[in-house]
Design a protein around this ligand. Structure first.
Ligand code: FNR
Length: 384
């Protein structure tokens, strides 16, 4: 009998065995020294919880809303580039698992399955994540496609004007798309299960970009396009312009500073995501959970505040909610599940987190997430 999945670490172990090293490392890495990547998780451990007893816990729920949408728990799936390389049809399977669970799914600009692929295989609107590219025509097109596919929110990522360097990816020769070098072929061919799975599916290939951007008719022209397209000129004027081009809800991702949070209010963001991109951009930046209280104090109540980076358990979700977040996201935690077991693995990850969230909330004496506040936390000095 298979060992039951009781924690996210279980999925990570299976994931590591199943996918090629190149894609495991792509997920399980941060930029430069990986200090921020590490602290994103270790800082959660510095927050302790206050137990309460003798409160009726019979009728309780983790359900709430994120940007006005009902969610069974405030845990969305974060946008993750190349998800479809972790498991064939990865974005479709993750979107379906999220839909069935009742939480948001966010499709990355750098996904393997296209907006249309995901829309075709899901029933409810999903969210689309936009990277601002230099190519204005591409930008207009992709926003139009997300609108036509019925996406209800756009997550505009602001912290990747310039790509943070990740040593492992360079050493592994990873690029988008992976180049067919001898080293890469050896790396990919070591995992037969994964290889067969990829072969079985219809070939999908960076479907948001290939065939939709100037000069990118096929995969061979994609890597030079992506290398030069992330727009370093992105500023608040441009954000405002995109706000006007997009008719749905707008979520600004990658905020770590109170002044930037106030600027996000000025452009009319429906929510912001306090995030350091999972430690993949500015190494040395504070962990997202440490920055969260400062942002809540600056703009709480004026826009929704979501957070990601470092969440590996339902306890982490509860800690973020207690510090004032209105919602959270998981990135790696669902990728471990997807790479390990496809759609079932994503559902497993959501189940694990839900169970931990529900139990911890109850043992802290609360039946509803909206009741939870900083009083359930015991914070080290650095969080005050
Ligand atoms: C990401 N992230 C990301 N963010 C984004 O806006 N667009 C993207 O395409 C990607 N791609 C991506 C790939 C991989 C492999 C990872 C791990 C992350 C960042 C992601 O949305 C989220 O901010 C982090 O994953 C959150 O941190 P945890 O939960 O992974 O610790």
């Amino acid at each position: 009998m298979a060992t039951p999945i009781t924690e996210i670490e279980d999925l990570k172990r299976i994931y590591k065995r199943r996918v090629p090293k190149m894609f495991y490392d792509y997920c399980e890495s941060g930029s430069w020294t990986e200090q921020t990547f590490r602290e994103n998780t270790t800082d959660f451990d510095k927050i302790r919880l206050r137990q309460r007893v003798a409160v009726d816990m019979d009728d309780r729920s983790t359900a709430t809303k994120m940007i006005g949408e009902d969610v069974t728990m405030p845990v969305g799936l974060a946008p993750v580039g190349m998800t479809g390389m972790q498991h064939a049809d990865g974005e479709i399977l993750a979107a379906q698992a999220a839909e069935e669970f009742g939480v948001p799914f966010t499709l990355s600009t750098m996904s393997i399955c296209s907006i249309e692929d995901v829309a075709k295989h899901t029933k409810k609107p999903f969210w689309f994540q936009l990277y601002v590219m230099r190519d204005e025509e591409f930008l207009e097109n992709v926003i139009r496609r997300a609108t036509e596919a019925g996406c209800s929110a756009m997550v505009l990522t602001l912290d990747l004007q310039i790509l943070g360097q990740r040593h492992k990816d360079i050493k592994n020769g990873l690029s988008a798309p992976p180049k067919p070098t001898l080293k890469n072929m050896l790396n990919l061919s070591t995992k037969w299960g994964w290889g067969m799975d990829m072969l079985k599916t219809q070939r999908r290939s960076f479907g948001n970009i290939v065939g939709h951007a100037k000069g990118v008719g096929d995969m061979s022209s994609l890597s030079s396009w992506t290398a030069e397209q992330f727009d370093p000129r992105l500023d608040w004027e441009k954000v405002k312009k995109i706000r006007d081009m997009w008719g749905g809800k707008l979520i600004l991702k990658g905020i770590l500073d109170a002044d930037d949070a106030r600027a996000a209010l000025d452009v009319g963001a429906d929510a912001i995501i306090v995030s350091n991109h999972g430690g993949r951009q500015l190494d040395g930046a504070l962990s997202a959970i440490r920055v969260l209280p400062e942002i809540v104090d600056a703009v709480g109540g004026q826009t929704e505040i979501h957070m990601d980076s470092g969440i590996r358990s339902g306890q982490d979700v509860l800690k973020a909610m207690a510090l004032g977040a209105d919602g959270t996201y998981i990135g790696r935690a669902f990728i471990y599940g997807l790479g390990a077991k496809g759609k079932q693995g994503v559902t497993d990850a959501l189940n694990v987190i839900h169970k931990e969230l529900d139990t911890t909330m109850a043992l802290c004496g609360h039946r509803k997430l909206t009741e939870v506040g900083r009083d359930i936390l015991l914070l080290d000095d650095e969080f005050n």
